[in-house]
Ligand binder design. Structure first.
Ligand code: C6P
Length: 405
């Protein structure tokens, strides 16, 4: 199917909105993406026609809802090329997936003095759960530094390993710098040292094809809402032999095989990790979102967004006083910047009056802000429906704000 941007934009009703009388230019896609009509309709259709709790009822509706939920699991499995649906856990999103790994892998595999390596560009949700574990268990956190362009220092990375290193966690794509980290190569290094490797795929999964077997990672996390699906649903991929050895994350219905007051046995994978009623409408809608992106083609999406990123970098660098953070060798769909001494919040607020939505602040990556020597940045992030005309609008908007100051 040819990549027809006008047709694609019509799939997203919100893109037709006006904000303060100006056409919406939505460039906050790393925070969350807009939803195509098919995803919203999947949600309303399921509530109108198929709603019933899953895995519980013998009745028709429950079975139909269960079929949709389990078909969604298979859809996700195929999308990231996991070996089995036992390896696909539904969570509330990347944050919960990371907390699950810290709590459960941490319980089974990490002891006082064991080391977890994180990168300097991790999102808070891949830092704080490990700090909570450090408080509970006395693990040690080590940090991979980066150069001024935003490339991780792979020599320094290799030098961080010791006999106590058990796990490495790294964002596939930085939500601030847009750096695409060489996670496959990094996973090889981790494995050579007998450590496991987790990829935070929150910012890669929406933008290009991700294959967990090809990456050789042990865990991968992502959020449905960043890939045109609903909020409140996300995924943790984990290698089956690891998940088998990890204890449940939460207790409740669904995750048990048999309960007595003396002793409880747990369900098989993946249900052992899915206590309580799952977001079965969300999982189905996520599968519809995946169908949608695959109907356009992940390679076509990647090519479109790469071209937007290249164009935006070229245009924005013409703006006097504009500093881009992150010029890594491989960069994707995110541009963080500051303009002179204009506070990013002022810049974001004034751009908003022009209908242009960007994010400002620390982007939930304060250690990275400290590394870059700033409190905050403005950030434009792109999705499959953005256009060069929208980047022109952003550039014109920044110029206008700059002249006001
Ligand atoms: N980043 C941003 O504007 P949740 O909130 O659980 O869906 O995703 C958390 C998360 C984890 N890792 C990375 C790399 C992320 O970018 C995010 C979310 C958003 O950059 C919201 S802070």
């Amino acid at each position: 199917m040819p990549y027809n941007i006008e047709d694609i934009r019509r799939d997203f009703p919100i893109l037709g909105r006006e904000i303060y009388g100006k056409p919406l230019v939505y460039l906050d896609n790393a925070a969350t993406t807009q939803k195509p009509r098919c995803v919203v309709e999947a949600i309303t259709d399921e509530y109108y026609s198929t709603n019933a709790n899953v895995h519980r009822g013998v009745h028709f509706l429950s079975q139909q809802a269960t079929d949709l939920h389990e078909a969604a699991r298979e859809r996700v499995r195929a999308f990231i090329n996991a070996r089995s649906t036992a390896e696909i856990l539904f969570t509330r999103g990347t944050t919960e997936s990371l907390n699950l790994v810290a709590a459960s892998f941490g319980e089974a595999f990490l002891h006082e003095g064991d080391e977890v390596i994180l990168s300097v560009m991790e999102h808070h949700s891949d830092i704080v759960p490990w700090q909570l574990l450090r408080e509970r268990k006395g693990i040690v956190i080590k940090v991979i530094p980066m150069d001024d362009e935003g490339n991780l220092d792979l020599d320094a990375y290799a030098a961080l390993f010791s006999e106590r290193t058990r796990l490495v966690c790294a964002a596939h794509v930085s939500n601030v710098l847009g750096t695409v980290n060489p996670v496959r190569q990094m996973a090889e290094v981790a494995h050579a040292h007998g450590a496991y490797f987790l990829v935070d795929g929150a910012q890669s999964i929406p933008h290009f094809k991700v294959d967990v077997q090809e990456l050789g990672c042990d865990f991968l996390t992502f959020s449905g809402h960043k890939i045109y699906g609903p909020t409140g649903i996300g995924v943790l991929y984990g290698r089956e032999e690891l998940l088998e050895q990890m204890p449940p994350y939460q207790g409740g219905g669904e995750m048990i095989s048999r309960v007595t007051f003396e002793h409880t046995t747990y369900e098989r994978l993946p249900y052992k990790f899915e206590a309580g009623t799952p977001d079965y409408v969300g999982s189905h809608a996520l599968a519809v979102a995946i169908d949608y992106v695959e109907s356009l083609g992940m390679d076509a999406i990647a090519a479109h967004e790469q071209e937007l990123t290249r164009y935006a970098m070229e245009q924005m660098q013409q703006i006097e006083g504009l500093k881009v953070y992150g010029r890594a060798r491989q960069k994707d769909a995110v541009i963080a910047f500051n303009v002179g001494d204009i506070h990013p919040l002022d810049l974001g607020t004034l751009l908003d009056r022009l209908g242009i939505a960007i994010r400002t602040g620390h982007h939930c990556a304060q250690p990275l802000m400290a590394r870059c020597g700033v409190e905050g940045m403005a950030r434009a992030s792109f999705a499959l429906y953005n256009t060069k005309a929208e980047i022109d609008a952003l550039v014109a908007g920044i110029e206008r704000v700059r002249k006001m100051f």
